[in-house]
Design a protein around this ligand. Structure first.
Ligand SMILES: Nc1ncnc2c1ncn2[C@@H]1O[C@H](COP(=O)(O)OP(=O)(O)OP(=O)(O)O)[C@@H](O)[C@H]1O
Length: 297
């Protein structure tokens, strides 16, 4: 569990994070979204006690980060995949941390294997790594101490499509096993595919938050059937809006109403789902007033 309560950070007179409160719960992936400069990294840094809030507070597993007894064993953090020591090999980077965390040496091989870094890659200095390899090493580092919580800033940056899908599966299984995941990302479709909850910020302020199911719920449903024209007529006759197209019948009726009317009309429904909005549309609608922050001259 991660909680942020009224987190605020000012630089000079400008609040780059302004009264941000949210909770990331165990068993769920929480996506943290916002345009460039919205304040995502600053918020995550405050949660991890790397930046001091001007006001407000944050806890991880019920305590301020600094008061965790063994933070490396409780929280896996990946804030900047390029921050690794360029002259060390991937394996050395992990071995040093494993020693500090009191992990058995074979844990290093386990996480290297898990993130898909080969023995040859693990032997190379990290300065030779591609961004995708750095992300994999960063995730290995975050997972090293078998934490309950993962805090990841743009973990999918630089990954190829297979890597992005792999990352999604890793985060899903981590949350399904009871872990808490907070991840920021610019890849809205990825967040939509993996996140249970989202927090959207712009200009340092929370613009929307809630479960993906709630936030993306839209009225009505869409159905495919053995006779879409007949289904659309039956829906219209019952007073619902209904339009048949190559994509099926889009209607203001609920899935249950569609199912009943289809049976009565003798039409077999082959696909029926509640309408949803796309996260991309929600993102652009909510952040329209808060484009990318410009650096003041
Ligand atoms: N140390 C600092 N001093 C002054 N301003 C800062 C400092 N750190 C961050 N900022 C400013 O705070 C704002 C928010 O930055 P932050 O990195 O948190 O945004 P972000 O949402 O993570 O952006 P991105 O998506 O581009 O990574 C930016 O305008 C940035 O310039």
């Amino acid at each position: 569990m991660i909680t942020a309560e009224h987190l605020t950070r000012r630089y000079g007179t400008r609040a780059v994070v302004d009264d941000v409160s949210f909770t990331a719960r165990p068993g769920r992936v929480t996506g943290f979204l916002g345009p460039n400069g919205a304040g995502k990294s600053t918020t995550m840094r405050m949660v991890c006690a790397l930046t001091t809030p001007t006001s407000g507070s944050a806890t991880v597993l019920g305590r301020p980060f600094r008061e965790l007894t063994n933070p490396g064993r409780q929280v896996g953090v990946l804030l900047d995949a390029s921050a690794q020591h360029a002259g060390r090999t991937g394996r050395e980077t992990l071995s040093l941390s494993a020693q500090l965390l009191g992990m058995a040496p074979d844990r290093v091989e386990t996480v290297l294997d898990f993130v898909g870094l080969t023995a040859r890659e693990a032997k190379a200095r990290t300065r030779t790594y591609s961004l995708g390899m750095r992300q994999r090493l960063g995730l290995a580092h975050a997972l090293l101490g078998e934490p309950e919580v993962l805090i990841l800033d743009e973990p999918a940056n630089g990954l190829d499509p297979a890597g992005i899908r792999w990352m999604r599966d890793v985060l899903r299984s981590f949350a399904d096993a009871g872990g808490t995941v907070l991840l920021s990302s610019h890849l809205l479709r990825e967040v939509e595919a993996v996140a249970d909850d989202v927090v959207i910020i712009g200009g340092g302020r929370i613009l929307a938050q809630g479960s993906v199911v709630e936030l993306l719920a839209a009225p009505g449903s869409t159905a495919r059937s053995t006779d879409d024209a007949a289904l659309a007529r039956a829906l219209a006759a019952a007073g619902h809006e209904a339009a048949a197209s190559g994509e099926g019948v889009r209607t203001s009726a609920s899935p249950e109403q569609v199912a009943h009317l289809a049976v009565a009309a003798g039409v077999v429904v082959t696909d029926l789902r509640a309408n949803t909005a796309a996260l991309e549309d929600l993102f652009f609608d909510t952040t329209a007033q808060h484009g990318r922050e410009e650096i003041s001259a």
